[in-house]
Design a protein around this ligand. Structure first.
Ligand SMILES: NC(=O)c1ccc[n+]([C@@H]2O[C@H](COP(=O)([O-])OP(=O)(O)OC[C@H]3O[C@@H](n4cnc5c(N)ncnc54)[C@H](O)[C@@H]3O)[C@@H](O)[C@H]2O)c1
Length: 254
């Protein structure tokens, strides 16, 4: 599968290129799009916009776009994808409502994968947490997340996502951020605990316990490369799909 990489010169673009170079999923690099294209200096063509990519055969002949750039280029990217009939993995974040509407519209014409978290492992953790909460309706649930000491927000976006996913199968549940004092926990509580320490990339643990057993689901991120890995997995997945809007949940469905 030949990849047209948008955000070619950025941090995530570099991670995707390194994985492709290492032979991940048999992917090849067809070309790149990046406003900073001049500094690329690589073997494949890298242009500054999707409009320019229209004139480059290698870009036109790619099998799939992977986008880790900036949401402001989404409209041009989608126009290119629809015109070429090319699937697109959109991993960029921060889209406006107008851009999201354009994404939904383009997904009526070509396969589009859109996810703010490209980690297959986290997507699986979310599905497993939901399944476990559903299987053990009486169980108590706690979430522990650990991140490096530079992270400002707590709890993490992923911990919040886990709470929301559990609430889909247990609408009465509610999060309690940290715990101290004398009160007994209620059955509906989901305790969420944030640790900020050292250089930890990111860990999320969902603990589900009844009076007779405990199930612990844990994901540990080792590097940002996992998002690039997820994007390549999503590209491979898209090549087997028809037009439509897909997310990580579709890819890891239990
Ligand atoms: N979905 C996920 O799991 C996930 C994971 C990591 C990062 N991201 C998102 O991916 C995006 C890129 O992250 P990054 O850390 O690589 O950022 P970065 O700033 O290092 O790289 C962005 C690249 O996009 C290029 N760019 C900016 N505007 C452009 C435009 N209009 N057209 C073409 N190229 C343009 C820049 O020149 C730069 O090379 C961000 O939106 C980030 O939030 C998503």
């Amino acid at each position: 599968m030949k990849i047209l990489l948008s955000g070619y010169c950025g941090h995530m673009g570099k991670e995707v290129r390194e994985l492709i170079r290492a032979g991940c999923r048999g992917a090849e690099l067809a070309g790149g799009v990046d406003v900073a294209a001049d500094s690329a200096g690589d073997a494949v063509p890298c242009v500054t916009s999707f409009r320019a990519a229209m004139d480059v055969p290698a870009c036109r002949e790619a099998d799939c776009i992977i986008d880790f750039s900036h949401h402001s280029c989404t409209q041009d990217l989608l126009t290119f994808a629809v015109e070429m009939g090319m699937p697109a993995v959109l991993a960029t974040t921060g889209h406006t409502e107008e851009e999201k509407a354009a994404i939904r519209k383009a997904a009526g014409r070509v396969p589009v994968f859109f996810s703010a978290n490209m980690s297959c492992g986290i997507a699986l953790l979310v599905e497993l947490a939901k399944k476990t909460a559903q299987t053990f309706p009486e169980a108590e649930i706690e979430i522990v997340e650990v991140h490096h000491d530079r992270k400002l927000d707590a709890p993490s976006g992923t911990a919040r996502m886990l709470v929301e996913a559990i609430r889909e199968v247990r609408p009465e549940a509610y999060p309690v951020m940290g715990r101290s004092g004398q009160a007994k926990r209620t059955p509906e509580e989901i305790g969420v605990h944030s640790l900020r320490i050292g250089n930890v990339v990111g860990e999320h643990e969902v603990i589900v316990a009844t009076q007779t057993q405990t199930i612990t689901l844990k994901h540990q991120a080792h590097s940002r490369a996992l998002f690039a890995e997820g994007a390549l997995a999503a590209a491979e997945f898209l090549l087997r799909q028809g037009p439509g809007l897909y997310t990580m949940a579709d890819m890891v469905k239990l």
